[in-house]
Write a protein of this length. Structure first.
Length: 347
């Protein structure tokens, strides 16, 4: 987090000239979701106001509280506000920490639009996922688990939340963005397939959802040259990759983050109903329903995200491929639930 200004430091606005918010193709400033500028939460970064394509001025220095006048402007003129506030690109990580800190208040604020809440929640979840893969410490894993609990609360209280989160899934494949996408898809299935029919409680749904977002945590222990390879894996590399469910199980067990629901999802999400999956080659009902849900979400995201060596497949084309070429590996009821949910998403 950047240093906060000392008490009594001048807050005089200084106007500086830029060629827009870019210089030689490098982003100097990033747009802010204005609803994140909440009162009673001192800023962790500097806020700039864009006056024109060539002029931007410091509006609120790091450590400031957001004045009520700016709060009112954001509430009354959201469309204009969405193009008005920026932060230095160098302070992106400070923004992430700030968003994580304000998230509970943001999600409970009735004046903030659902999509704005989803935008911040997705950003926080993605950043926590990246930190967790870079450093899978008990603290980082617990931060993500608490975040997922908030996400489940949010989706239970606002039916539009899941649709909003689905609309913000990533299109480029990285291990950490893949985990977020799969988590959102799988939570959507579990919400419909389990919670809505009373098969699980809210607290159980939260634990299942944690498993979805942690399902690939074992990849943090797979050699980086395998994870980051720009092309299909050879057999030796696949042998390393197939170890990640066991790696994840061992990691979470060692660090005290392994509930039965998380253990099930982490260990079994690559098993196939027809057999031939890994790590244990389970079949049919021997594979837990939670893992079967994650399996469908995992395959869908793998097809619909871009990689350096393949283009993304359109969502309905991906579902067609899954039905034609992969159907035997999925639980048919779970797959049908997902197809129906994706149809509703486009309405």
């Amino acid at each position: 987090m950047a240093d906060k200004p000392a008490i009594g430091r001048s807050r005089t606005i200084k106007v500086e000239q830029y060629s827009g918010v870019e210089r030689e193709g490098v982003r100097l400033f990033l747009p802010l979701v204005p609803d994140t500028l909440m009162a009673k939460h001192p800023l962790y970064f500097d806020v700039y106001e864009k006056l024109s394509t060539a002029e931007i001025k410091l509006l609120l220095p790091n450590g400031s509280e957001v004045p009520l006048a700016i709060q009112s402007f954001i509430r009354l003129r959201k469309r204009e506000a969405a193009k008005r506030f920026y932060l230095p690109a160098s302070q992106r990580e400070d923004l992430s920490r700030y968003q994580e800190a304000i998230l509970p208040d943001l999600l409970s604020d009735a004046d903030v639009p659902v999509l704005a809440k989803c935008n911040v929640l997705q950003n926080v979840t993605t950043n926590l996922s990246q930190e967790m893969f870079d450093s899978p410490t008990p603290l980082n894993i617990q931060r993500q688990r608490r975040n997922v609990e908030q996400m489940v609360d949010f989706t239970l209280h606002d039916p539009a939340a899941l649709k909003g989160l689905l609309s913000l899934t990533h299109h480029d494949y990285f291990t950490y963005t893949h985990s977020v996408n799969v988590g959102v898809y799988a939570l959507t299935i579990a919400f419909e397939h389990l919670y809505n029919i009373g098969a699980v409680s809210k607290s159980t749904l939260q634990r299942i959802a944690a498993g979805f977002f942690l399902h690939d945590i074992g990849k943090s222990l797979v050699p980086r040259e395998v994870i980051n390879k720009n092309g299909p894996l050879d057999e030796a590399e696949w042998e390393e990759m197939r170890k990640h469910p066991a790696h994840g199980h061992a990691l979470l067990l060692e660090e005290g983050n392994l509930t039965p629901e998380v253990a099930t999802v982490v260990l079994q999400h690559h098993e196939k109903m027809i057999g031939g999956g890994y790590p244990e080659g389970l079949k049919g009902d021997a594979i837990h329903l939670y893992a079967r849900i994650c399996s469908v979400a995992d395959a869908f995201d793998a097809l619909t995200t871009r990689r350096s060596y393949k283009l993304a497949v359109a969502p309905f084309d991906a579902l067609a491929i899954m039905k034609k070429d992969m159907y035997a590996q999925f639980d048919p009821d779970v797959f049908q639930t997902f197809v129906l949910l994706m149809r509703k998403r486009t309405r």
